[in-house]
Design a protein around this ligand. Structure first.
Ligand SMILES: *[C@@H]1O[C@H](CO)[C@@H](O)[C@H](O)[C@H]1NC(C)=O
Ligand SMILES: *[C@@H]1O[C@H](CO)[C@@H](O)[C@H](O)[C@H]1NC(C)=O
Length: 231
């Protein structure tokens, strides 16, 4: 009997202590949750993270060029703005892509001209395949980085609607893509030459022009800037 009471006592006290434990655990996790929330608000305020998507002006964008480490790094391309902070080593000061930070330098993605007026969002005079290449870059940023809004100006109006310029650029890019596709088909039509690679001679190609397409083979290899020797 006494033993039974003792175990009952033990049981109830243990269930009591486990209840107390779970209460204090609840209190602790609530407290922790609160602390995390406060910390998140502080971090958010301190870093001034831009709203997930918004409409930017070119002037606002310049502050996000990577020089102030508390700010995210933003980049514009065809008027789409991306947070590229996770690529700080590339887009921050000293990085190879730093020129693109804090601005829309769409043209420089294909011109490679990072000096003065070369850093512009104007596509004037670019070919359709070049414009297509810039559209491909925009796709790259959509896939790899965070889209944070649109840049009001050449590509989007003050309401965030696409401008005629953007629609024109996208139509031109489409033509560029079609052209590339056509070129690929043409290249595939060029007959495979009776060629042989010889690695020990530094990638020399030996081409035997013993078929009717011999000439186009030679021209093709010449254009591909491959060394070609034929008998
Ligand atoms: C880069 O951003 C900083 C602020 O973050 C600003 O003071 C500076 O003028 C910007 N540089 C350029 C070239 O816009
Ligand atoms: C870069 O672009 C600017 C402005 O269009 C031009 O003056 C300059 O010659 C260009 N530089 C190169 C290397 O193409």
């Amino acid at each position: 009997m006494k033993e039974e009471e003792a175990t009952m006592e033990h049981r109830s006290s243990s269930s009591l202590s486990s209840r107390a434990l779970s209460r204090s655990f609840l209190g602790l996790s609530l407290g922790l949750g609160f602390l995390v929330a406060v910390a998140a608000v502080i971090v958010n305020f301190y870093y001034k993270r831009p709203a997930q998507t918004s409409l930017w002006t070119a002037e606002e964008l310049t502050a996000y060029n990577g020089t102030d480490e508390r700010l995210p790094i933003l980049l514009g391309i065809l008027g789409s703005v991306f947070d590229v902070s996770k690529g700080r080593s590339h887009y921050g000061p000293g990085g190879g892509y730093h020129h693109f930070a804090g601005r829309d330098a769409s043209r420089a993605f294909v011109s490679g001209n990072f000096t003065g007026d070369g850093l512009t969002d104007s596509l004037l005079g670019l070919t359709s395949t070049e414009v297509n290449s810039i559209v491909d870059w925009r796709k790259f940023y959509h896939e790899r980085y965070i889209f944070v809004g649109k840049l009001a100006g050449r590509y989007y109006d003050d309401q965030g609607n696409p401008t005629k310029y953007l629609k024109g650029a996208e139509a031109k890019a489409k033509r560029g893509a079609q052209l590339l596709e056509k070129q690929k088909i043409e290249e595939a039509k060029i007959p495979s030459c009776n060629s042989r690679w010889s690695d020990q001679d530094g990638g020399k190609v030996e081409l035997f022009t013993n078929d009717v397409h011999g000439f186009s083979c030679v021209v093709y290899y010449y254009l591909s800037s491959k060394i070609c020797i034929h008998d």
